[in-house]
Design a binder for this molecule. Structure first.
Ligand code: 1HE
Length: 273
């Protein structure tokens, strides 16, 4: 993935700078987090999973959105298969729970996450992508769930998250047959919301992240935390949850100032761009 770097990107300091399998930079309110294990196609080793968890728990206070990318020719080759050989049942459960903790921190963390997908987005790589909120797919991206071929099952939250994007039937097909979706098929199936040319994913993601970072934090929180939970509730319970969340969001000083700005002609209109 080419990377037209915005001039204001600065390397992270402190704890985030010590995470050697990630490269983390800040551009104002946007934090860019890059999987940095290209020699192994960004395969998700235990250390990389722990570092992802650490990074998302320790985002700077000023961060309002995160962009995730992968270094090298592929976004992510999934689970590091070299680490799998000697695990027993108990260790297997704990390993999966470690992935859940890390990916939950992405989906249900403090700020929205935009991910750029290119090359292989397979197995645990697709599980990681599905924990993010907005997915931008470059033309080279392809999607697969080769767990069946490897004698495995998804363990990083994929069975809960991926069917919510593409449906159980499509995921079943990918897992049983080893079918691989190209970028356009993936977008059509709901695996990504934006399709861009090769090399344009980072710029698109930064543009989206800056827009998202400009929203009221409570509105972003509601979208991240209330929306998926309401989707899992009955309509009756969902409507009640919605009322509570709506009242919280609109009562913030931020919301009141934004409404005032619109009514006084100081805020942008909703126009087709
Ligand atoms: C790896 C991994 C990996 C590459 N674990 N080492 N995931 C998979 O079944 C996908 C397996 N990987 C591949 O199919 C291919 O590597 C790719 C299509 C992603 C990339 O192909 P290519 O030709 O660019 O690279 P390569 O030559 O295959 O790999 C380069 C190196 O990365 C090589 O190591 P080297 O030491 O010989 O240089 C590979 O062994 C290594 N590598 N992928 C470990 N995945 C929570 S449950 C989740 C379950 C899953 O994710 S299952 C799916 C696993």
């Amino acid at each position: 993935m080419s990377d037209p770097r915005p001039p204001d990107l600065e390397p992270a300091g402190g704890l985030l700078a010590t995470l050697d399998l990630l490269r983390i930079e800040h551009a104002g309110p946007v934090t860019h987090l890059r999987l940095n294990r290209p020699a192994k196609r960004n395969a998700l080793s235990d250390t990389l999973i722990v570092q992802l968890h650490t990074a998302f728990v320790n985002l700077p206070e000023a961060t309002r959105a995160v962009v995730v990318t992968g270094e090298g020719e592929h976004f992510c080759a999934g689970l590091d298969l070299a680490e799998l050989m000697e695990r027993d049942v108990g260790e297997g459960v704990l390993h999966s729970r470690m992935w859940h903790a890390a990916f939950d921190q992405i989906q249900f963390g403090r700020v929205p996450v935009i991910v750029v997908l290119h090359g292989a987005v397979v197995g645990g790589g697709l599980e990681l992508a599905s924990a993010c909120h907005v997915r931008v797919a470059e033309a080279s991206a392809y999607f697969g769930l080769p767990e069946g071929q490897r004698g495995l099952f998804v363990g990083g939250g994929g069975s809960a998250r991926i069917p919510r994007l593409m449906g159980v039937a499509r995921m079943t097909d990918l897992m049983l047959t080893g079918r691989v979706y190209g970028r356009d098929e993936g977008v059509q199936a709901g695996l990504a919301q934006y399709a861009v040319a090769d090399g344009e994913g980072f710029a698109k993601a930064m543009e989206l992240a800056r827009r998202i970072a400009g929203n009221a934090p409570m509105s972003n929180f509601a979208v991240m935390h209330a929306l998926p939970r309401i989707a899992d509730q009955s309509q009756e319970q969902g409507l009640f949850t919605e009322s509570l969340m709506a009242a919280v969001a609109e009562s913030t000083p931020d919301a009141k100032e934004r409404l005032r700005a619109f009514l006084e002609g100081r805020a942008g209109k909703v126009l087709r761009s």
